[in-house]
Design a protein around this ligand. Structure first.
Ligand code: AR6
Length: 174
């Protein structure tokens, strides 16, 4: 069974995963939040590779190298901007998690770390986003056993950490 971990920290500092997920914007050319931290830690090679991708629609994922990051890959995904819930935000957010895992499996990536996509600058309600993240990842892992060995949810603040811990407890995984 795939191990799912919930930790607090800076995703750019993880040394024990093949890939970290970036909560990017559709230009893939960098920004603030976790995106800014990832580009800063990875160095200019990452931006150069991202430029050649010519953007990414919300809900999809693109894989690049990790450059100066400890992990070999960055999987960039574009979360939905929260607009009140009536603009297919939940579907798009679920698509982010699913498409990152599919992209990872295609590259034979076996360990992956996710930030709480869309819950910062994009304003998604934290609990709602956490529910979608955990449900989508668990469903994918159940449907595709043996591909991904380890998933880490990396939370940046105590409130998000508690939300994820509670959710995982309810689902019997921690
Ligand atoms: N490690 C882990 N999580 C982090 C880190 C970090 N180093 N830094 C922030 N977070 P956000 P979004 C958390 O705003 O909401 C960018 O400008 C943060 O506390 O990074 O998807 C992009 O270019 C929050 O819980 O991403 C887009 O324009 C979560 O990561 C836009 O922001 C996501 O917050 C995307 O907004």
């Amino acid at each position: 069974m795939t191990m799912i971990h919930v930790i607090k920290g800076d995703i750019t500092r993880l040394t024990d995963v093949d890939a970290i997920v970036n909560a990017a914007n559709s230009s893939l050319l960098g920004g603030g939040g976790v995106d800014g931290a990832i580009h800063k830690a990875a160095g200019p090679g990452l931006l150069e590779e991202c430029r050649a991708l010519h953007g990414c629609p919300a809900g999809e994922a693109r894989v690049t190298g990790g450059y100066r990051l400890p992990g070999r890959y960055v999987i960039h995904t574009v979360g939905p901007v929260w607009r009140g819930g009536g603009k297919k935000e939940d579907e798009v957010l679920a698509g982010c998690y699913r498409n990152c895992l599919e992209a990872a499996a295609r590259k034979r990536i076996t360990s992956i770390a996710f930030p709480a996509i869309s819950t910062g600058i994009y304003g998604y309600p934290k609990e709602r986003a956490a529910g979608i993240a955990v449900h989508t990842v668990q469903s994918y892992l159940e449907e595709h056993p043996g591909k991904i060995e380890k998933v880490i949810f990396v939370l940046f603040d105590d409130e998000s950490l508690q939300i994820y811990k509670e959710l995982m407890k309810k689902r019997g995984r921690v």
